[in-house]
Ligand binder design. Structure first.
Ligand SMILES: [Zn+2]
Length: 400
């Protein structure tokens, strides 16, 4: 008879084997046993099970280290498909991927600021429906849907508690999507999905401790400590966009004063430009007629062409972003800070200024170098992270 404990141990070992194959890309049974420390017969029986379930496939013989050439093992990327949603304040991006997060299909639509919750949700459901229709035949079909949202979420219940920039409160998003599609649904804050995406598939793969800063309309952060997402005691950690950097300043939508995101986000960059225009500053590229039609890429482009107003705005936002990053580095002593979301479009101009400021003002980084980088997954990082909510579950509990 197999006891509960034995089943649990088997499940853990199976997950270790599957994850080792994923990390190595291609590997023999003998090397799997060496790396995992499991004995060869255990590895063999777990691999057989994973092959039967469709997660792993055999590839032609590899290099011999003396004796018979070994059969190599790989993840069967088409074991199943996953859908990831990056729900932002002004757009929805839906991607369909295989179980290694390779993108098979994607679509993005823009949202108007202030669109009703019902409209936004129905547009999102339509896009998910389209993703399902575009999914190829796989062993297990669609394994689940991950959704990143710009707000505080109850990860376990899948409820958006508050998304100030969307004007949402207590939205049972997981339930709504599950009822519509009869698939497993995972909801998380978009900065958490960004951090998880970076950890599994992006620039954070080799960093044990790092902080992902999602600098978009607002600011959120995802904190990876010891290779795991830090959620706090009830899943609400990472709201560093609302750390106070000026106790005397105006109110924030969160009810406090002087929050970081009011100084260092995309929203504040445009606010800065509008205030300068209202004060009478003239610029060859930007004026009060065109400002509402410009996006962050336009501002970055004008700065490169020498627009003084665009350059001033970027300098101001870079300095303010640096203030928060210094606080983060002093608090967490991370190996890496990754800047993602829309502000990452500014690129080198932003990153050079932030590095300079941190070098000058940060206590901790004087003693322990911290890498500061722009996310390389580009605007896909949070959608890939949403997909990873599902993938990480599959790789933790394969076959369940
Ligand atoms: Zn705030």
């Amino acid at each position: 008879m197999i006891t509960g404990d034995q089943l649990l141990i088997k499940q853990i070992n199976k997950s270790i084997v599957l994850n080792t194959i994923r990390k190595k890309g291609i590997i023999s049974r003998a090397d799997l046993a060496n790396i995992t420390g499991l004995n060869k017969s255990t590895v063999s029986s777990l691999v057989d099970e994973l092959i039967k379930e469709g997660f792993v496939e055999e590839e032609g013989p590899g290099e011999s280290k003396g004796g018979r050439k070994p059969i190599m093992l790989m993840i069967n990327s088409l074991a199943g498909c996953v859908i990831g949603v990056d729900l932002d304040v002004n757009y929805i991006l839906v991607i369909l991927t295989d179980i290694l997060a390779n993108i098979l299909w994607q679509k993005r639509i823009n949202l108007k600021i202030g669109e009703s919750k019902e409209d936004v949700i129905s547009k999102m459901l339509e896009l998910i429906d389209e993703a399902i229709k575009n999914s190829p035949n796989t062993v297990k079909g669609i394994l689940g849907i991950g959704i990143g949202v710009p707000g505080i979420t109850d990860y376990k219940r899948g409820v958006v508690l508050k998304a100030p920039n969307l004007n949402w409160e207590n939205v049972e998003l997981k339930k709504m999507v599950e009822e519509r599609f009869d698939l497993k649904v995972y909801i998380d804050n978009e900065a958490n999905t960004g951090a998880i995406g970076e950890k599994w598939f992006g620039g954070g793969r080799n960093a044990k401790n790092f902080v992902y800063v999602s600098a978009g309309i607002g600011i959120g952060t995802g904190i990876i400590i010891n290779n795991e997402l830090y959620r706090g005691s009830s899943g609400l950690a990472g709201e560093m966009g609302h750390m106070t950097i000026d106790i005397n300043d105006h109110m924030c939508s969160c009810g406090n004063r002087g929050c970081w995101e009011n100084y260092a986000s995309e929203k504040s960059l445009f606010q800065f430009i509008k205030e300068r225009l209202e004060a009478g500053q003239k610029d060859d590229f930007i004026d009060s007629e065109n400002i509402d039609s410009l996006d962050i890429n336009d501002i970055a482009g004008y700065a490169e062409l020498g627009s003084p107003l665009a350059i001033d705005a970027i300098n101001e936002i870079s300095k303010n972003l640096s203030v928060g990053i210094v606080n983060i580095v002093n608090t967490f002593n991370p190996d890496l800070v990754l800047i993602g979301n829309t502000l990452s479009a500014i690129g080198d101009m932003l990153i050079d200024a932030v590095k300079e400021y941190v070098k000058e003002k940060c206590l901790v980084s004087r003693y322990n170098d911290v890498a500061i980088e722009i996310s390389k997954l580009g605007m896909l990082e949070r959608a890939i992270g949403a997909v990873t909510l599902v993938i990480s579950e599959v790789f933790s509990y394969p076959g369940l």
